[in-house]
Design a protein around this ligand. Structure first.
Ligand code: ADP
Ligand code: MG
Length: 216
């Protein structure tokens, strides 16, 4: 199956009224690669991701993700995809451990597997010391680590990260990217958006978006 792209789109388009947010985009993302989506604010990165995840319907064109036709088979994707939204979207009032346990439950991990999986994710993310701390008390960099741990606790085949390091300090960004390379080396495909050029050059391959169109 190495030959089949993990993400494949043809002429993928999403309009909001008269605005064309994603404009006939063709993509082929291969298994195990870090594929970057670089573009300024408003270029359609988040919209493209939401369409690929089946959260928004395309207006035109086709998309296949992990062999599922989008949006028809999007429901089947849920357990195999991890998604980190642009803004921190975990529960500030829950502890770090509770957030991971909740994420694991949402992704359908059975209760008996959850405890071990959450412990492994805590250790893996270096979050053990903060396990019982409320998410709200973490610094920006640690929140990003928690969000990444929550998005990967079910060991997805595909990880979709929407500007994961926006507003995070350079040191934390570096650590975060090291983690991404580790995850990709384990065979997980990563589709990540950014507007930082230095992050874009770390990706294996890139798509440059502008006004919803793929420029390069
Ligand atoms: P990016 O993530 O690259 O900043 P977005 O995908 O968020 O870009 O937005 C692309 C364009 O689509 C922008 O002009 C934005 O205002 C518009 N847009 C995004 N979501 C919606 C929506 N739900 N309704 C109307 N317009 C939207
Ligand atoms: Mg965005």
């Amino acid at each position: 199956m190495t030959g089949t792209p993990v993400i494949e789109t043809h002429g993928l388009t999403r309009r909001f009224g008269r605005l064309v947010a994603v404009d006939h985009v063709d993509l082929a993302v291969r298994r195990g690669e870090i594929f970057g989506c670089l573009g300024p604010n408003g270029s359609g990165k988040s919209t493209l991701m939401r369409v690929l995840l089946g959260l928004l319907d395309p207006s035109e064109g086709t998309a296949h993700v992990l062999g599922c036709e989008i949006p028809r088979d999007a429901e089947r994707l849920r357990s195999s995809v991890g998604y980190m939204t642009q803004r921190f979207s975990l529960y500030e009032d829950l502890s770090v451990r509770e957030n991971l346990d909740f994420a694991a439950a949402v992704f359908g991990l059975p209760r008996r597997e959850r405890r071990a999986r959450v412990s492994a994710a805590l250790t893996d993310a270096g979050l053990d010391v903060y396990a019982e701390a409320r998410a709200a008390t973490l610094s920006g960099g640690w929140k990003q680590r928690l969000a990444l741990a929550a998005a990967t606790v079910h060991r997805p085949q595909l990880l979709v990260l929407d500007e994961p390091t926006a507003g995070v300090d350079p040191q934390s960004r570096r650590v975060f990217w090291e983690k991404l390379f580790e995850i990709a080396a384990g065979g997980t495909t990563i589709f990540v958006s950014t507007h930082y050029m230095d992050e874009a050059v770390r990706c294996h391959r890139l798509a440059l978006l502008r006004d919803g169109r793929r420029m390069a």
